[in-house]
Design a protein around this ligand. Structure first.
Ligand code: ATR
Length: 281
């Protein structure tokens, strides 16, 4: 007997109040007329490993895992998908043949967003610049490498972290420092911000885009605010931009399909719903 009246998924994080995942999944449940629910569930770091061990008895059909639990989730599930394996992080859990499986949909979500929002993304290739070397950068680097971007320059304040990523992802990935940007920009095909700079409450990301080629595509995985200072500057410079909200929406879809059996669509209506929620907070 499940603890829930209807199939229920959760988002596990600490804190988790800020998460917009319940809004997204409940929208889809309503839209597809599915009897189900999706709830935030705050679990402190010292309890997450035990919580995941006991997850099969929790009654949840699965869920998402967010900061700071993605690496512990990777180590706690019975098996992982190929992307999670490559990233060492899990953001989606579900059951298969009685086993708890951990997947990573951040990278596919990043790609789906660019495929939907930048028509030439698929065939673009060329040199990429990734700003930052945290968990977000991992997902982005894996994605860009998957689509044949090379070389991928990882620019980070703490160079050792960029070097660790270059080691993890192999020859296509090269570590660089912020001082290298003016030399890297003129030949770049895509520029991705994965740092927290430009996020609401954080300092802005200040880089000079003048040396960038007119064809540069600029995207940010930060989506609060929707138009980050980096994206605003890129638009002023006449460059193509893609905001980060689509990544959040697209990363949610594979989990929903696993738990509730329907592949949901990322629509303008959903985007507007999340935007309205962002504006109301
Ligand atoms: P996530 O896992 O969400 O990507 P993270 O691991 O905290 O987050 O990484 C945040 C990224 O933003 C890092 O690349 C960090 O640089 P360091 O590795 O040097 O810490 C970068 N970052 C945060 N604040 C910064 C700042 N003021 N200047 C430059 N980079 C900054």
């Amino acid at each position: 007997m499940s603890a829930f009246a209807v199939p229920t998924a959760c988002i596990l994080g600490w804190p988790v109040r800020h998460s917009r995942s319940p809004l997204i999944h409940r929208h889809w449940l309503g839209r597809y007329g599915i009897a189900g629910d999706y709830i935030p569930h705050a679990v402190p770091p010292e309890k997450i490993a035990g919580f995941l061990r006991a997850f099969p008895a929790s009654g949840f059909v699965g869920g998402n895992v967010t900061v700071p639990h993605k690496e512990i989730a990777f180590a706690s599930v019975d098996r992982t998908d190929a992307v999670a394996e490559a990233l060492g992080a899990v953001n989606t859990i579900f059951f298969e043949d009685g086993k708890l499986v951990g997947a990573n949909t951040d990278a596919p979500g990043f790609l789906a967003n660019l495929d939907q929002s930048a028509s030439d993304f698929g065939g673009r290739g060329g040199p990429a610049i990734v700003l930052g070397a945290g968990g977000g950068a991992r997902a982005v680097i894996w994605s860009l490498r998957e689509r044949g971007f090379a070389p991928i320059h990882v620019v980070n304040r703490t160079r050792a972290r960029a070097e660790a990523l270059a080691e993890r992802f192999g020859a296509a990935v090269r570590a660089a420092g912020w001082e290298d940007l003016p030399a890297l920009l003129p030949s770049a095909s895509i520029l991705v911000n994965t740092t927290s700079l430009g996020m609401e409450g954080e300092p802005p990301l200040e880089i000079d885009l003048e040396p960038a080629p007119d064809e540069l595509l600029v995207t940010d995985i930060v989506y609060v605010p929707l138009v980050t200072p980096l994206l605003a500057k890129a638009r002023q410079r006449g460059l193509a931009t893609v905001d980060g909200l689509g990544m959040l929406l697209h990363q949610a879809a594979p989990g929903f399909e696993r738990w509730f059996g329907t592949r949901p669509e990322v629509t303008e209506e959903l985007r507007q719903l999340v935007l309205a929620d962002m504006e109301s907070r």
